[in-house]
Design a protein around this ligand. Structure first.
Ligand code: PEP
Length: 251
């Protein structure tokens, strides 16, 4: 049985103390969440050590939102995977559409970052998704398929066991516009088919595929009821512990 996960992407929000408070509030309600549902909070780099400390002993895991594309050295301002591990992270998000759009993150870079993250022992939440123009042009299946192939086809079936995919239609992120459950499900099913073609049916069946894009307590149940949707990557609604937990209770 593949793992269900609800992951909160805090993006560039909260001060360190606010982040610690939020993490503690998530921990305080985390026991309500069934054992087969994983909880992850992706905090800003500055918060990671304190947030990891705040969630210690609970089921909540800590993720970064990005990592450097080099192992170490003269890359001012960057944060390496071994630093994330030493800060208490067990995951990193990679390829979020905001990083692809504003920071020139390419699939080629994502291959490098995914390799570094896996080799350091981190799990990876790889984001894929089409933008509005691509959706309106009917290119959404092709775009997502290509993103999955460009990055994940460089890894082995075994390594896929530590990779989670997040399908996030760019037009639904932070816009209040959610993909319908049917729109999300058909892309998730397509991703699973692409994985089956490369890695075999078992890997496709076992890979956790999250939906992201204006997911909130009011729509999570319908999304999570789809057979290929295994949870969510949550932006805005992850900034309120009660909403985040409510989403995690929506399976
Ligand atoms: C995200 O940024 O990953 C996201 C899904 O954001 P939101 O839930 O705010 O749309």
């Amino acid at each position: 049985m593949r793992k269900k996960i609800v992951a909160g992407n805090w993006k560039m929000n909260t001060t360190v103390s606010e982040g610690v408070e939020l993490a503690k509030a998530v921990v305080a309600r985390s026991a309500e969440v069934p054992a087969n549902v994983g909880l992850i909070v992706a905090a800003p780099f500055t918060h990671l050590v304190c947030v990891a400390d705040a969630v210690k002993g609970s089921k909540v895991e800590v993720s970064a939102q990005n990592c450097a594309d080099h192992e170490k050295g003269a890359y001012t301002g960057e944060v390496a995977v071994n630093m994330l591990v030493s800060a208490g992270c067990t995951w990193t998000i990679l390829g979020h559409s905001e990083r692809r759009q504003y920071y020139g993150e390419t699939d080629e870079k994502l291959v490098v970052k995914t390799r570094l993250a896996l080799d350091a022992g981190l799990g990876v939440i790889l984001c894929v998704g089409e933008n509005l123009e691509q959706r309106e042009a009917g290119e959404h299946f092709a775009v997502v398929k290509e993103q999955v192939e460009n990055v994940l086809f460089h890894f082995t079936a075994e390594e896929m066991g530590r990779i989670v995919i997040a399908y996030e239609p760019v037009w639904a992120i932070g816009t209040g516009k959610t993909a319908t459950a049917e729109q999300a499900e058909e892309i998730h099913a397509c991703i699973r088919q692409v994985l089956a073609g490369k890695f075999g049916a078992q890997v496709a069946e076992d890979t956790t595929i999250l939906y992201g894009g204006s997911c909130k307590p009011s729509n999570a149940k319908e999304l999570f009821a789809q057979k290929d949707i295994d949870g969510g990557l949550i932006g805005g609604a992850a900034l309120k512990a009660d909403d985040f937990i409510q989403i995690a209770l929506s399976f």
